[in-house]
Each structure stands twice: as structure tokens, then as C-alpha cells.
Write a protein that binds this ligand. Sequence first.
Ligand code: NAP
Length: 244
Amino acid sequence: MKTRTERAADEAPPRRVLVIGASASLGPDVVEGFCALGDHVLATTRSGALAGACGGVRVESLDLLDAASQDRLAERVLPSFGALDVAVFLAGILPGKALAAYDDALMQQVMSSNFTAQAALLRRLLPHFKPGAQVWMLSSISGDRGSFDPIYAASKAALIAFVKSLATWLAPALRVNALAPALIEGSAMFEAMAPARRSHHLASTPTGRLSTPAELAAVIVNLCEPTWSNLNGQVIRINGGAHV
Ligand SMILES: NC(=O)c1ccc[n+]([C@@H]2O[C@H](COP(=O)([O-])OP(=O)(O)OC[C@H]3O[C@@H](n4cnc5c(N)ncnc54)[C@H](OP(=O)(O)O)[C@@H]3O)[C@@H](O)[C@H]2O)c1
């Protein structure tokens, strides 16, 4: 594929792309996908390292649950990276517990990691977007149809309402959309799941297969292309028809 730089540089100049949670299962492919288009990528992980990151990717540490870490990214790192065209939020945690197995601290951790801390980070990022920039957040099929883990599902549903709200009130300065996949084959969440639960997910998917990290990463990168520039406030559900 021709890089964005190889296409007319003035027609499609490199974008500045922030990927939060770049160590997630689809993170390396998302980073690689933007790199392949010639974009400049700033990737964050909690450790500040990302194995196999392509050349030109800048990797910084970010712990969503640490306000000082969020401040550092917004106030010290971003000004030297440049104004953002795209931000992709991939981070998320799934304890996979029923309500009775949750304690208050874990409940707060899940809501914060998956929603509140991401909202707080996006608030900090607002002054750093170019006009017409876009944000992608990772919801889940659970946010629509519920889940065995009700707190995870609630955190993902909160993201959907958040995206719809911002899309209505921030556009055209900023477009905000969400991707809502079903269980991702080979992801940490998939590996941690009991085999019977995995089989249940597969059996309830009309296409008869789960999406892979590479496939979903390619969808995100593609949806950030100018062809989709009127997409705003949408939840792109990729679940093989498991929930329609
Ligand atoms: N896997 C699935 O089946 C599935 C299905 C539907 C939706 N999703 C959603 O898709 C996204 C990616 O899922 P995944 O399975 O690929 O994730 P994953 O491999 O489990 O990775 C989780 C990511 O979240 C980051 N993270 C967790 N807590 C963080 C914190 N406090 N601060 C900063 N980063 C934090 C991790 O960073 P470090 O590695 O740096 O700690 C890691 O990059 C998640 O939002 C998930 O909820 C996943």
C-alpha cells in the first residue's frame, strides 16, 4: 500500500495520531496501520515501552488511574508532539466477575479504567486537537446487550452515551465515534475466559467466527480515512451478528 507520504504530500499530509493503551491485543496492529500510512504516532502504555513498535513511533508511559500521569501526557508530552488529528482509546479491563464477586474497590477500578479516567483524559486532551480531529473509543457488545460481568458492561455502556453526547456537542471541531466488538479471538480477555464461555460466544455468532485483533485494527485505521469524515456519534458494531 502506498504510504500517505507517497500520495501527494500536500493532499494527505501525515497526521498526528495518539493511541492510548497501545499494548492491548489490537494495539500493535493499530500503531502499525497508521505508521504504514506515513502518519506520526504517539503510543502510550503503562510501562512506556511497546515491543516491536515500528520506527518513528514515540512511546510514552500513561497510567489512566494516575492524575499526575494524565497531566504529564497532556501538559508535557503532547506540546512537543504536535496537535492531534486522531486519538484512539484502546485501554480497558475485564475482571469477568459476577456482581456478587465484586468489592467496592474493584467496581471503582473498572468504572474508572474503562470510563471515568478515559473521560478525564479526553477532557485534558481537548486543547490539543486540530479542528476537525476525531476520537475513537473502544466499547463492547457488552455495552449494548449486557454481560456476565455487569460492571464491565455498564462501563462500556457509559462510553456509548459519552460518545453520543460529545458527538452532538463538540462537532464539527471534534468527531467522536466508538467501535463495539464482540469477543476478540486470541486477546487476553479471550485467553482468560473459560473454554465453555468461549464456545458459547462462538456458537451464538451467526457468521461462525470471532474477529481477530488484526482485522479490528484495520477497521479502525480505515475508519479514520477521509472517506468517513461525516461519521460522528456512531457505534460501529462488529460482532458477526451476535447482537443485532
Ligand atoms: N478482548 C475482547 O474480547 C474485547 C471485546 C470487546 C471489547 N474489548 C475492548 O477492546 C479494548 C482492547 O481490549 P484487549 O482485549 O485488546 O485488551 P488487553 O489486551 O487486555 O489490554 C488492555 C489494555 O488496557 C491497558 N490498561 C489497562 N489499565 C490501564 C490503565 N490504568 N492505564 C493505562 N492503560 C491501561 C493495558 O495497558 P498495559 O498493557 O500498558 O498495562 C492494555 O493496553 C478494551 O477496551 C476492551 O474492553 C475487548
